[in-house]
Design a protein around this ligand. Structure first.
Ligand SMILES: C[S@@+](CC[C@H](N)C(=O)[O-])C[C@H]1O[C@@H](n2cnc3c(N)ncnc32)[C@H](O)[C@@H]1O
Length: 236
């Protein structure tokens, strides 16, 4: 990201990372002739000291599950400490959307496979239980590869907005309600997000949009399960 900043004409760029990847970044900068405008600092952001404030802070701490890289704490700290009044944050806002889906994951399909007799042999006693338990990690969210919105059971809803110019912490609780039709089969709630880089430039991880480095993730709903270990699946 610091290389892009130099390419776009930034005069002085502080490239901060606490990990050893920064040693490789220094070599790449030299290889590309970027080092004149770049100052690499290997530091935890919370321990960083700079003698000047920045016009722009570019950051990327969006976790695979949006909130799992503690973005707001790090960005909030950098913003309050290092951004000049009137300066810009890139990205400055992230909208999170949720939608109920009837997605059958490959593992779930696999569980369905073992539910049927294979070559006349019934494996359902052990295999289904084990697969089902692994498939749903006892109700933990998982990355899914939803290619489009065909599995959506209704329209998505905006459930949370992270205003990175002001927020310092994620909401403790998010509530949303959706109206499903009578025979809908719900396998989980899919979350995706839209990242606002500038007021006119944004990208979305919505199924059907161009792929990004983030997946979509699914909070499984164990519909009709009497025990969290043995969810019921609808056969495709
Ligand atoms: C998802 S990567 C961002 C990629 C990278 N900045 C780039 O230009 O493509 C997040 C980076 O933030 C760094 N990081 C995480 N927490 C940090 C902290 N508290 N202080 C400094 N760097 C941190 C990690 O080491 C990792 O390299």
């Amino acid at each position: 990201m610091s290389f892009f900043a130099v390419q776009k004409g930034c005069k002085r760029v502080y490239a901060v990372d606490k990990a050893s990847i920064i040693d490789d970044a220094i070599k790449t900068a030299v290889l590309n002739g970027f080092e004149k405008h770049l100052k690499f600092i290997k530091s935890d952001i919370f321990k960083l000291n700079l003698r000047e404030k920045a016009d722009v802070i570019i950051h990327e701490h969006i976790g695979n599950f949006i909130w799992d890289e503690d973005m707001l704490a790090k960005v909030g700290f950098a913003r309050d400490r290092f951004l000049r009044p009137g300066g810009s944050l890139i990205p400055f806002k992230i909208d999170v959307y949720a939608v109920p889906v009837n997605y059958l994951s490959s593992i779930e399909s696999s569980a369905c496979f073992w539910r049927r007799k294979q070559y006349g042999i019934d494996f359902s006693n052990l295999a289904l239980k084990t697969l089902a338990r692994n498939a749903f990690w006892l109700n933990h969210p998982q990355q899914v590869n939803l290619k489009d919105s065909k599995t959506f059971l209704c329209a998505e809803k905006l459930i949370s907005t992270m205003d990175l110019m002001h927020d310092n912490a994620i909401p403790k609780k998010i509530e949303a309600s959706f109206a499903l039709k009578k025979n809908d089969v719900l396998s989980g709630v899919c979350l995706f997000f839209e990242v606002h880089l500038t007021p006119s430039i944004r990208f979305s991880t919505r199924p059907g949009k161009k792929l990004t480095s983030w997946g979509r993730f699914l909070f499984p709903v164990l519909q009709g399960a009497s025990s969290p270990e043995i969810p019921r699946f609808s056969l495709p």
